[in-house]
Write a protein that binds this ligand. Structure first.
Ligand SMILES: [Zn+2]
Ligand SMILES: [Zn+2]
Ligand SMILES: [Zn+2]
Length: 260
């Protein structure tokens, strides 16, 4: 199993347009963060988690030609804004059209249908994205071909649900602010945990570093990676060494491999 971080930045990305801070001005490529997304290659298939506004460049950068499914964690724009670009994937084997399979909760798919309404109308304009919608429930594991996926329910804020995913010994959670104790059981025995951490200071709707580390300590994976980071996280080279052992900042195009 291989996970590639396609993007590790929060909703504005890093650098932030117009920002003069040390992180946004850094020359270190690990400080340049596209919107949060990841690619999982497992059991012969390739899945993308989240499709934000940087999707096009992310797929070009990772040299992706085929995608077997896209999973969405929630409907915020930084996670769905690039869905129009699946058109290119639809047409890689033209004249055969390959629809993209999209997996998300009913609520998230509702927003996808609203924001990309032209892709779901009866009389479509030629060349619009071809997307097959698959409604998932946060309480029911599902299969994508040979891949068995366990959804993890979380709260982005009091009234907003978000979905994480467990694939074998790896779990990927982003845009979490809280998680119910009973959901933690689904994370038992994982080796790698990817979890969002926005910055050191508190935030209303995202874990900060302290909250992410406290979750990591509860789950006790062998390794943990932080993602969905703002420029307020500091530079990679300075912040990384301040983290507890076994916890690292992810960065764009970092690859993690594990046996499964
Ligand atoms: Zn986000
Ligand atoms: Zn900045
Ligand atoms: Zn969000």
């Amino acid at each position: 199993m291989k996970l590639t971080f396609l993007g590790t930045g929060t909703s504005q990305g890093v650098p932030v347009i117009g920002c003069q801070c040390a992180v946004c001005q850094s020359d270190d490529p690990r400080d340049r963060r596209l919107r949060t997304s990841a690619m999982l290659e497992w059991r012969g298939i390739r899945l993308i988690i989240d499709a934000g506004p940087d999707l096009r460049y992310q797929l070009l950068r990772a040299d992706v030609r085929r995608v077997d499914g896209i999973l969405l964690t929630h409907e915020h724009k930084d996670h769905i804004g690039g869905l129009d670009d699946v058109r290119a994937l639809n047409f890689v084997d033209y004249p055969t059209i390959r629809p993209i399979d999209l997996y998300a909760t009913a609520r998230t798919l509702q927003t996808v249908k609203k924001d990309f309404d032209y892709a779901f109308v009866a009389d479509k304009y030629r060349g619009v994205p071809e997307i097959r919608l698959h409604t998932i429930s946060q309480s029911e594991p599902f299969r994508i071909g040979p891949a068995f996926v366990i959804p993890i329910a979380g709260h982005h804020s009091d009234r907003f649900e978000v979905t994480g995913f467990r694939f074998g010994k790896l779990a990927y959670l982003t845009d979490f602010k809280t998680i119910e104790e009973e959901e933690l059981r689904k994370l038992k025995g994982i080796e790698v945990l990817v979890v969002n951490a926005l910055r050191f200071a508190q935030h209303d709707s995202h874990f900060n570093v302290e909250e992410a580390v406290s979750l990591i300590e509860k789950i006790a994976p062998k390794r943990a990676y932080l993602t969905h980071m703002s420029h307020e996280m500091g530079c990679y080279a300075e912040t990384g060494p301040q983290l507890p052992q076994g916890v690292e900042l992810a960065y764009d195009m970092l690859e993690i491999e594990l046996n499964d």
